[in-house]
Design a protein around this ligand. Sequence first.
Ligand SMILES: [Fe+2]
Ligand SMILES: [Fe+2]
Length: 262
Amino acid sequence: MLSARSLFQEILDDDEAYRLFCSIAASGESQGGWENARIAALVPQSLGRLAPRIVRHGADEDKHGRIFNALLKRRGLRPVDVPPETDYTMLLERQGIGLAHTRLRREERLTERDIMTYLAHSRVTEQRASEQMRLLRRYFADHPDIGRAVKMISHDEDNHLAYCHEELLRLARAGHGRTIQRIMRECALAEISVYRDVSLAVMDHMGRLLRWPRPKAAALAAGIHAIHTYERLFGWRRMVSLETPRHRDPLGSPAVPEPEYA
Ligand SMILES: [Fe+2]
Ligand SMILES: [Fe+2]
């Protein structure tokens, strides 16, 4: 039967598929880590209170990258090159979503508007990360190899999302509500298309590695298109709402290390 659980199980059970999955995840996480570290270094003085939180955000993403690499190593596998069509972070950046890497490489302070772009972009992408990790946690929280990693990363992604809500609300109350809504909407609509393209590309690679019969691959592709249609019509709204999180200031302290995975 075709279910998210059986798909992940198939990937987990196959060395090459697992290798590709962890490599894609590790690469996305490390890119997120680098982006956050640069943003933290360039925060404008007026928003200086955010700098340690952005540092923590970046440290968490770097840690996730190390965890996915450690999961590979534990199984005696080396990371593979990530096919460009599966590179979610790079494709978003190419669409002009979030802050451009060329901008982040410059030694020039960001503006308040840039920080709103960073937070709105994170609000949308952390929603995706949080949902994906919750899905993995639902099925594999007790898995002997990946259970602990999945729980730890899922907890962190929930925190990242909560932090984005809290800080965007603060800026909205300071009078930037309309700008923030506009950036979030733009981000969400671009993200759902990139997410569809990346999902199709990942499934295409997995299908070949796992030798899926044509009808199975076609059913999965149809499922991805159906999700995209739903998200384009209705689902995007969940990515642009702002609510006060239950846990306040979740990134207000330094990162928790990952001794068992590093
Ligand atoms: Fe992450
Ligand atoms: Fe995150």
